[in-house]
Ligand binder design. Sequence first.
Ligand SMILES: O=c1ccn([C@@H]2O[C@H](COP(=O)(O)OP(=O)(O)O[C@H]3O[C@H](CO)[C@@H](O)[C@H](O)[C@H]3O)[C@@H](O)[C@H]2O)c(=O)[nH]1
Length: 411
Amino acid sequence: MVMDSKFHVAMFPWFAMGHITPYLTLSNKFAERGIRISFFIPIKTQRKFNHLNLHPHLIQFIPLIVPHVDGLPLGAESSSDVHVEKTYLIQQALDLTQDQVQIALEKFKPDIIFFDFAHWIPTVARSLGIKSVFVSTSGAVTNFDNRISLVNRLLIAMKESDALGFRACHETEGPFADFLKNQYNNKPVLLTGPLLTRTSNTILEEKWAKWLGGFEKGSVVYCAFGSECVLQKDQFQELVLGLEQTGLPFLVRLRPPVGADTLEEALPEGFEERVRGKGVVHGGWVQQELILSHPSVGCYVGHCGSGSMWESLVSTCQLVLVPNFGDQFLNTHFMTKGLKVAVDVERREEDGWFTREGVHKAVKLVMDEGSELGEEVRANHLKLSRILLSEGLETFYINNCILKLHDLLTT
Ligand SMILES: O=c1ccn([C@@H]2O[C@H](COP(=O)(O)OP(=O)(O)O[C@H]3O[C@H](CO)[C@@H](O)[C@H](O)[C@H]3O)[C@@H](O)[C@H]2O)c(=O)[nH]1
């Protein structure tokens, strides 16, 4: 299809796994269509992503040296290196890379730059004759609500850029995208679609394939809260105790909670012995997309970060959501009340915390045979996943984005 798609796009995502990953997925899809990419990335973080660059002849990483900011641990360069309360310092460090970015843009001369948190990009880009596109890794729904877009840098970024982009589909968030287009004086709005990596040529690590393979179809609960979330110790314990109470086998992937160096030291007393052979709590990276599509996994308990949200939407798992911060609350509201494909875990009115009983209740609600709500969310989820996985959907969104970028460059 795409006519003259030989333009050159620079990518500058926020220094976080959950942002770099979808930007790189989009880069791979653009590169498949012949588009050249210059991809800004913190220098040590690059190592974690080299293998995900599927078109190294077209996608060039531009490593950035992230300056140290007082209060950050030495060498910290992405949000997964720090607790969520310190991510504002990573934002300050990101702002300090402006000179490096400007020099690279002058040298490589891209036609367009995609960015999210670096609100100064439109000004720099404009001075160099480069079009800037604010591309949010969250959907249109979370940028619709003031609680999120009050963040000044995002408002400036959206106002100053030449176009807006969202990881979203008309099928799910059409009205929100239209609203944003109106709000921002009819700026072009690009929807990227679900941006799934579909790792068809990779297989699940033997250790997990074997472990999961030991359980009945659809019986295992997989629980993971993305790359950033660090729970309070009490919440971490309530979560695993709630999973234990369900009596179902479970695989939990979490970072150690606040104040703990390891997961083991934070587990409730006697927990490991009680769940041995049936439950695992793991701190290392796992292949989430492959786990979610494993036949033994029947339920996903997650934080509703945007990457996990899309991955879970195209899975056949029943969905239980426990949002922790930022867009995760709006994503959860959208999934439970808007799309009606998931349930959330109740929180106590007095302090907003969840309990083991709440976790247990929500999992049982979707997993118990004969549960009316469980059947309702399963049916809605199945209907939506069929649409999202339908042939041609991804091609439609990516090609459409490229057409809009082409228009942006020629008008
Ligand atoms: O062991 C792991 C842990 C995570 N992942 C993957 O890492 C990504 C995590 O992304 P996401 O689900 O979006 O979570 P976060 O990393 O927490 O994402 C941050 O960025 C998102 C996009 O802006 C926001 O929606 C979230 O709130 C914010 O926490 C997903 O693709 C997961 O499959 C793995 O493959 N293995």
